[in-house]
Design a protein around this ligand. Structure first.
Ligand code: TPP
Ligand code: MG
Length: 581
């Protein structure tokens, strides 16, 4: 008798799927966002088995659409930093997550995507063999290719004996910086294999932890400090440093000490807008005259077609992801680049600068702070002026709508800003005190904000989650699935649809490329959508509170009613007819 066989007589054995669920819990997966199919029979059976035995396993959140499932995992990771599991059906379910995987990859959010694969046996040779039509047509040659551009790692589980090892590897990779999605595929025959419990090894976090970002080489730090010492007009641009509180604090501290104007460009995770040096969301006017620039956690600090840097200007690039290996082209300046935890690196820069600071530098920095204050005051006045125009019936001014919302949201609320051409109004009118309380997707796949808001709510039930989308974005988000999950799992969110009657971004893009073209002459932009839609009914179908407004006079009371409903435990959907495109 072999050693394994001998052991099996004494040690209880279970299926791969049983250990798979245990392994998920061991790597810290608390939630599985699921959309099931025939591939999951072994897992569903073991879920019942483990539940019956009172054994630990992740909680299941059933999502009617995979777009919701994957984006929910993204929202959970946005709040906690911890990737969760998404379990979908073979190639077709994977295909339905592709848009979300794009968004999560570009937003550097960890997620463990998992899917079955069609069974490989057809004559009932093994438990789980093919037994239905779809098993014969759901096996493409390269299932992972459906999402491969958005993955850091992928594998098909070859045997249950390594299931926990594979999960630990998937986890270490998704959680290591820069974070992102990983993908594990499994066949039914693998999931039904039986293994003695001492054949399945544990892989502890202690020994197989993910790697984070570190500090920088002190020589490079000193080189940047020297440049700042003599800079006349330094600026700092960030896009996602706000994902860490300490990075937001480090930016503020360095900027105040050195008199640096701070911009958030094409932001995805906000820093604190309370910082006296924060001066707005477009560095376009500042870049051409900056002699020293610091890029901190950026994807697109400006559009090179619109903005040129000053000749002989010096740029430092500090980023958890300086190389952008996921982008074929990425061409922003960096006379020196430091990859690592931007907060830690900026702390190093500040310490070094403090040690070197001269009276001349301090005087120049103080003078710059006065100029920065003027810029800040001008911005605030500009925002107030825009918000003062309430719009008119049928065309509520988005700036007014957002300013009213901003008045009643607390600092802990999180805004998921999918406002597209109105995203600027959201940012300008609702400055955020706390970092990471306004999110925009790092990707361009519309339809993320509902699912992400739900996942965030699951992670932080005490906080208000506000989804803001355009009318076009609302459709992309599979809203029936979003509100179904909200109802079933008691995850109330506040959804606002800024309805400008269609795809304004598409219209504006046509006008940018062809300012005097045929489309403009004919006023034909192929952008209008159904004009008389009652979006509120989509929410109402799932027990959400719905309210449609078109008169600016109704804005404050409608927002108050919606917030009250959300606090009372159900989602609210505010359909606002805003300035038409
Ligand atoms: C999945 C997906 N399909 C298509 C697009 C292209 N696209 C970019 S913006 C936009 C219009 C969005 O309309 P809406 O949400 O109403 O915002 P608006 O442009 O009107 O401000 C479209 C279709 C996209 N980004 N993502
Ligand atoms: Mg629109």
């Amino acid at each position: 008798m072999s050693t394994t066989a001998a052991r099996r007589t004494n040690v209880p054995d279970y299926t791969t799927a049983y250990y798979f669920l245990e392994g998920l819990s061991e790597i810290g997966i608390d939630y599985l966002f699921c959309n099931f199919g025939t591939d999951h029979a072994p897992i569903i059976n073991e879920m019942a088995h483990r539940k019956q035995r009172g054994e630990v396993m992740p909680s299941v959140v059933r999502c009617p659409h995979e777009n919701t499932a994957a984006h929910m995992a993204g929202g959970y990771a946005f709040v906690t930093g911890r990737g969760q599991g998404v379990l979908v059906h073979v190639d077709v379910g994977t295909a339905n997550t592709a848009n979300a995987m794009h968004n999560l990859y570009r937003s550097r959010l960890p997620v463990l995507l998992m899917a079955g694969k069609a069974p490989y046996t057809v004559n009932d040779e093994l438990v789980g063999s093919r037994d239905t039509y779809v098993h014969f047509i759901q096996e493409p040659f390269d299932q992972a290719s459906l999402v491969r551009p958005y993955l850091k790692w992928e594998w098909t589980l070859p045997s249950g004996v390594v299931v926990k090892e594979a999960l630990r590897r998937a986890h270490s990779i998704m959680q290591s910086e820069p974070r992102g999605p990983v993908y594990l595929m499994m066949q039914r025959e693998t999931l039904t294999q039986r293994w003695a419990s001492d054949e399945i090894h544990r892989y502890s976090e202690d020994q197989f932890a993910a790697t984070g970002g570190g500090g920088a080489d002190p020589k490079l730090v000193a080189a940047l400090a020297d440049k700042l010492l003599t800079a006349d007009n330094p600026i700092l641009i960030t896009g996602y440093a706000g994902r860490h509180d300490h990075a937001s604090e480090a930016i503020d501290a360095l900027a105040q000490f050195a008199g640096i104007a701070v911009y958030e460009a094409n932001m995805t995770n906000n820093i604190s807008h309370d910082s006296p040096c924060f001066v707005g969301f477009s560095p376009d006017k500042a870049v051409p005259s900056a002699d020293v620039g610091i890029l901190v956690d950026v994807d697109v600090p400006w559009f090179p077609s619109d903005v040129k840097t000053k000749e002989k200007s010096f740029w430092a690039h500090i980023d958890i992801d300086t190389l952008k290996p996921g982008s074929p082209m990425w061409t922003f300046p960096g006379n020196l680049r430091m990859q690592g935890d931007s907060g830690r690196i900026l702390e190093q820069v500040l310490d070094t600068l403090k040690a070197k600071a001269t009276p001349r530098f301090k005087a120049a920095a103080a003078e710059r702070l006065t100029r920065i204050k003027t810029l800040r005051d001008e911005r605030a006045a500009h925002a107030a002026k825009l918000a003062a125009d309430k719009g008119k019936p049928g065309a509520i001014n988005p700036h007014y709508l957002m300013a009213e919302l901003g008045k009643v949201l607390d600092d802990d609320a999180i805004i998921f800003n999918e406002g597209v051409t109105n995203a600027g109004a959201v940012l300008l009118q609702i400055p955020r005190k706390r970092p990471n309380t306004t999110m925009r997707s790092g990707g361009g796949g519309l339809g993320w904000s509902g699912g992400v808001a739900l996942g965030a709510k699951l992670a932080a039930p005490e906080r208000m989650m506000v989804q803001i989308s355009g009318d076009g974005g609302f459709y992309f988000g599979n809203p029936s699935s979003v509100f179904a999950v909200s109802q079933q799992y008691k995850l109330p969110i506040f959804s606002i649809v800024m309805d400008n009657t269609g795809w304004n971004a598409v219209k504006q893009s046509t006008l940018r490329v062809f300012p005097e073209g045929e489309a403009k002459a004919a006023s034909e932009f192929e952008s209008e959508l159904a004009p008389k839609v009652a979006f509120t009914k989509v929410g109402e179908a799932f027990g959400a509170y719905g309210e449609e407004i078109s008169d600016p006079a109704d804005v404050p009371a409608a927002i108050a009613r919606c917030l009250k409903e959300v606090r009372g435990g159900r989602s609210a959907l505010l359909h606002a007819r805003v300035t038409k495109m």
